[in-house]
Design a binder for this molecule. Sequence first.
Ligand SMILES: NC(=O)c1ccc[n+]([C@@H]2O[C@H](COP(=O)([O-])OP(=O)(O)OC[C@H]3O[C@@H](n4cnc5c(N)ncnc54)[C@H](OP(=O)(O)O)[C@@H]3O)[C@@H](O)[C@H]2O)c1
Length: 231
Amino acid sequence: MRIVIAGGHGKIAQRLTRLLVARGDTVVGLVRNPAHIEDLRSLGATPAVVDLESSAVDEVAEVVDGADAVVFAAGAGPGSGAARKDSMDRGGAALLADAAERAGVRRYVLVSAMGVLEPEAAEDDVFVTYLRAKAASEEDLRSRDLDWTVLRPGGLTDDRGTGRVLLEPRVPMGSVPRDDVAAVIAGLLDEPSTIGLTLELVAGGDLVDAAVQAAGRGEPGDASSDAIDER
Ligand SMILES: NC(=O)c1ccc[n+]([C@@H]2O[C@H](COP(=O)([O-])OP(=O)(O)OC[C@H]3O[C@@H](n4cnc5c(N)ncnc54)[C@H](OP(=O)(O)O)[C@@H]3O)[C@@H](O)[C@H]2O)c1
């Protein structure tokens, strides 16, 4: 498969790139900073310089053309203000969807975030704005005629992945290693039965592939404290 990853130099994106390249996929990583080009090449990806807050749809569509799927793993990131939550976290995701539609690429995996259902519960104003932007990006994607999957991870960590997760439409708030988020995205890209689903993700007891397949069948995961303890 040919996969285009927006936010190609991000922490999840780099982990995902490694996994996809290792299984023989072709990865195009979108970066806004030319200084990141070499890092992507060293991972085996093809870099493309695209700023998702200032590019025209046609420019992005040109890069996306011929892909089997796009993944939105970009984000304004910590320290960015409320304006960039809208221009990047909402607007960038919408621009990628516009480009996918224009290029005829149907599959779109959006990395959203847990908490979008209750943005007002967040403690600071910028985080409320971030969650609203993520909620708007989800709503926008669902309104499109694309083969979308929305993935809402809990709090991201740089801990080593366990290969075990809890992946369901609603899960209790928790955290999840970026390694495991990347593995779940790689699984979602391979599993058409997850098209049209919104799935929340935290650390758990289910093997990633089994969790993705169960989610596609609409079955609850079998994560339990026993399963986690047995690791
Ligand atoms: N942090 C959490 O706990 C959490 C929880 C749930 C979901 N998420 C979401 O998970 C996703 C990925 O997380 P992560 O930790 O991998 O993020 P990350 O390392 O901060 O990566 C985000 C990437 O987006 C890029 N980006 C920013 N503005 C851009 C623009 N205008 N055009 C193109 N690219 C741009 C950044 O590039 P530069 O290096 O050039 O800035 C960076 O490479 C994000 O959507 C985030 O909102 C985060």
